[in-house]
Design a protein around this ligand. Structure first.
Ligand SMILES: CC(C)(COP(=O)(O)OP(=O)(O)OC[C@H]1O[C@@H](n2cnc3c(N)ncnc32)[C@H](O)[C@@H]1OP(=O)(O)O)[C@@H](O)C(=O)NCCC(=O)NCCS
Length: 162
């Protein structure tokens, strides 16, 4: 299933489940974004694994960004979110989270993730999508060593579905 979006400058892009043919580009973006990037093997497992969802935003220039989710019963664990440096501040991450929420809201009770305590852009993004800080993991990250904030978003469920 492919969803169509427009960025902040009216340029069109698509969000669909990541194809294996996009993993090389995703691996390159991982290396640009993270001190400890996911390997190709991890990305392949995210794209093909059971109970996993890997959404990829792209246009005719290639991969713009992606978000990966693991589902355990009605719990959603966001594993990775990144947007290529060349495509930032255009609303790509906003659209990825919107699409992730749209696709999972019926089956999941919440989405949760860890984020570096100093990662202000990502924390702002998650707050914009209704995530709240629910905990802190001391020295969770390496390179550099840093605490993780745990952030969670609970889906609103109809109290009276009838
Ligand atoms: C965090 C990240 C995914 C945001 O991607 P993006 O496509 O540039 O974000 P968007 O343009 O969709 O912005 C959505 C919201 O995020 C927040 N945001 C994004 N970048 C921001 C920045 N540099 N400073 C402050 N807020 C920022 C804002 O709330 C923004 O909403 P607004 O445009 O209404 O102000 C991107 O900066 C990134 O890939 N960073 C490196 C990887 C990373 O840290 N991933 C998160 C790991 S937990």
């Amino acid at each position: 299933m492919t969803a169509e979006f427009k960025d902040k400058t009216d340029r069109r892009f698509q969000i669909a489940e990541a194809a294996l043919s996009q993993l090389d580009e995703i691996e390159d973006i991982e290396k640009l974004c993270f001190a400890v990037p996911w390997s190709y093997t991890n990305l392949e497992a995210q794209a093909t694994g059971k109970n996993k969802l890997f959404l990829c935003a792209s246009d005719d220039t290639g991969v713009l960004g992606y978000v990966g989710l693991t589902m355990v019963l009605d719990e959603g664990y966001i594993a990775n979110v990144a947007v290529a440096p060349r495509a930032r501040r255009r609303g790509i991450a906003d659209a990825l989270l919107f699409e992730l929420e749209r696709r999972t809201k019926k089956q999941l009770a919440f989405l949760t993730l860890e984020v570096r305590a100093s990662n202000a852009p990502a924390i702002k993004l998650y707050e914009k999508h209704g995530f709240a800080v629910v905990g802190r993991r001391k020295n969770y990250y390496t390179q550099p060593q840093e605490d993780a904030l745990l952030m969670t978003f609970f889906f609103k469920k109809d109290e009276n579905p009838c």
